[in-house]
Ligand binder design. Structure first.
Ligand SMILES: NC(=O)c1ccc[n+]([C@@H]2O[C@H](COP(=O)([O-])OP(=O)(O)OC[C@H]3O[C@@H](n4cnc5c(N)ncnc54)[C@H](O)[C@@H]3O)[C@@H](O)[C@H]2O)c1
Length: 320
């Protein structure tokens, strides 16, 4: 089935990021949250992400001209015209935004080919949503979850057509991170996997071409299964007195080529999320995945990273 019209449920960090990627590629999107006000807030964020991209692309020729001038190269009018012509045209934000509508009712989802939910990370909330939306979606619609860690097979069993349920897991922020993990439920039809893979082929976010990869249903899929224990191992290194946070971050950036150190990354992702994902790994995979005590203390203190102003680092100054 060809996917043309998409519905997104949950207009928070992920829902609005996913909406931006899709409308950037000309897909017709409807965004729903718990009420219209929250959906509108998500829409405003989409506009902000697009505007950032527009500004970045618009400034590219100027930057290149300045860069050349630094080397003493002054372009003629004709050369400057050619240079400008070789840069991409900035996106027309207002035109793209016409592809995004908000709603507070699933009645507007009746013509959607694909729905992606990005609501709170709670199995019960997601199961209930898969059940409720069954009354509204057409029979060949694909129902996807953006879950990072929950059970898609269980969600699928609450949907009217379990064979049409699947995980489409974007990374945060979706408009910059090109990876998507595609994870079929036990019940998922192979054609649904194919349609979803096909849909993302050639689509781009603000920075790159999207890269869908397939994984089996398993805790953390591929990336978080490796990334989250790496962060907690870094915490254990500090707990055992090998080095402090800053030193570990420097080590992993300069020695392992990571763009962010594990503690910078934990503050960015949210220490509460790292803790809860690790707890779910421990339940599923055993005590090897026990989250270190420092994480629990930070969560109890509410020092959960950038979103609370403080985590491993203090972000209050930079947020002023
Ligand atoms: N934040 C991340 O780094 C990240 C990365 C990948 C995947 N995810 C997953 O994406 C999902 C959303 O995460 P987020 O960070 O965007 O959360 P968020 O809290 O920013 O947004 C969730 C949104 O869902 C809305 N919502 C909750 N219940 C709803 C319902 N029943 N109907 C409609 N809207 C509802 C909330 O009002 C909120 O706006 C979660 O499953 C999360 O695990 C998050």
């Amino acid at each position: 089935m060809e996917i043309k019209k998409v519905g997104i449920v949950g207009a928070g960090a992920m829902g609005s990021g996913i909406a931006e990627v899709l409308i950037l590629n000309g897909v017709d999107v409807i965004l729903k949250d718990q009420n219209l006000q929250l959906a509108e807030r998500g829409k405003q964020n989409v506009k902000k992400y697009l505007a950032e991209m527009e500004k970045y692309v618009r400034n590219l020729p100027e930057r290149e001209i300045k860069r050349l001038e630094k080397y003493g190269i002054k372009l003629t009018g004709e050369q400057e015209k050619i240079l400008r012509g070789n840069f991409p045209i900035p996106p027309d934000v207002d035109k793209l935004m016409k592809n995004l509508k908000t709603t507070d009712t699933f009645d507007d989802f009746r013509d959607r080919d694909l729905v992606i939910e990005a609501v709170f990370e709670e199995q019960g909330v997601k199961n209930a949503l898969f059940h409720e939306i069954s009354d509204y979606l057409k029979d060949d619609a694909i129902m996807a979850s953006n879950t990072s860690s929950l059970n898609i097979t269980e969600m699928a069993s609450h949907y009217k057509h379990p064979e049409k349920a699947i995980v489409i897991h974007f990374f945060n922020p979706a408009y910059l991170m090109p990876l998507i993990e595609i994870v079929p439920a036990t019940q998922t039809d192979e054609n649904v996997v194919k349609s979803v893979m096909e849909f993302f082929k050639g689509k781009r976010n603000n920075r790159d071409e999207m890269v869908p990869i397939r994984a089996k249903e398993s805790p953390g899929f591929v990336v978080n299964r490796i990334l989250i224990p790496m962060i907690t191992e870094a915490v254990k290194v500090v707990e055992s007195g090998v080095a402090d946070y800053e030193t570990v971050d420097i080590g992993m950036k300069k020695g392992a080529g990571m763009p962010m150190g594990p503690f910078e990354l934990a503050d960015y992702v949210g220490i509460d999320i790292v803790y809860h994902v690790m707890e779910s790994f421990r339940r599923d995979l055993g005590d090897f995945y026990m989250p270190p005590r420092t994480l629990k203390h930070l969560v109890d203190a509410g020092w959960i990273g950038i979103k609370s102003g403080k985590g491993f680092y203090d972000h209050r100054e930079t947020q002023k």
